[in-house]
Design a protein around this ligand. Structure first.
Ligand SMILES: Nc1ncnc2c1ncn2[C@@H]1O[C@H](COP(=O)(O)OP(=O)(O)OP(=O)(O)O)[C@@H](O)[C@H]1O
Ligand SMILES: [Mg+2]
Length: 249
């Protein structure tokens, strides 16, 4: 599904990603871990196509197509979904209206008409129920005054509604209590299928007790320096990152 080869990218002339190779197949869950500032969020942004980042070299192939020159919207329409480590607030736009617009934009890009209102309502109800989201929550302004857990809930709701092929979840290090972790984990587990894939960026080994990754990658200094199975996350929790640095020299 996603094939990244020798990816180099940066911002404002500063190199951040220095040769990333990563292959993600349908049905897989990949976790990306690594110290602060190692380039995890940058990698997510570059895959999603955020314009402030400069793609300098390499390949990003999604479903057999080179996407590194596409706009973020075009990538989203092809099924790439990126959660935000720092979600934006949009006063006056409700959770429901935001998602309706996002869905219809995607449909438009595929040459489809808007989703009929009744179908949209049904889908919203179904997904909100599945994720145990209160109806009142759906009519609040997007992210305004949302608690950390509510932001997560909203993010997972967007994910459930959009049904992307590839979901990239960039988890904040702070402010996620155990309930919010479970919201993310339950949501992801319910949405997982053989046809989609998930990349979860996290500092929490604990999250990976709930979302069991098939692969764990360690990103350090803009490179994937180690990959393994879920046991690697446990090892990192126990030993930190220094031993990997030592292995590298
Ligand atoms: N908009 C920006 N302007 C300037 N430098 C940036 C910008 N975004 C990221 N960087 C720099 O790129 C490097 C990698 O940042 P990135 O956010 O990708 O790290 P991270 O691995 O996600 O860290 P964390 O675990 O703290 O979330 C850091 O040195 C950071 O300061
Ligand atoms: Mg980050």
């Amino acid at each position: 599904m996603l094939k990244i080869k020798n990816l180099h990218a940066g911002i404002e002339g500063k190199d951040i990603l220095k040769g990333i190779d990563l292959e993600v197949n349908a049905g897989e869950v990949h976790a990306i871990m690594g110290p602060n500032g190692s380039g995890k969020s940058t990698l997510a942004s570059v895959i999603a196509g955020k314009e402030e980042f400069e793609f300098s070299k390499g390949e990003i192939e999604f479903e057999g197509e080179e996407i590194s020159e596409l706009d973020p919207e075009e990538r989203a329409h092809k099924g790439v979904f990126l959660s935000f480590q720092y979600p934006i607030e949009i006063p006056g736009v409700t959770v429901t209206n935001f998602i309706k617009t996002a869905i219809n934009e995607t449909r438009k890009a595929k040459g489809l008409d808007d989703m009929p209102a009744s179908e949209m309502l049904k889908k919203i109800k179904e997904k909100a129920d599945m994720l145990e989201i209160d109806r009142k929550f759906l009519s609040r302004s997007l992210n305004q005054g949302f608690s950390g857990g509510e932001k997560k809930r909203n993010e997972i709701f967007q994910l459930a509604m959009m049904e992307p092929k590839l979901a990239i979840l960039d988890e904040t290090d702070s402010g996620l209590d155990i309930d919010a972790l479970k919201v993310v984990a339950n949501g992801v587990n319910k949405l997982k299928s053989k046809d989609n894939a998930v990349i979860v960026i996290t500092h929490y080994q604990r999250l990976l007790d709930y979302i069991i990754p098939d692969y764990v990658h360690v990103l350090m200094g803009g490179k994937i320096v180690k990959s393994g199975g879920k046991e690697l996350a446990h090892e990192l929790e126990e030993r930190g990152y220094d031993w990997i640095k030592e292995e590298l020299v």
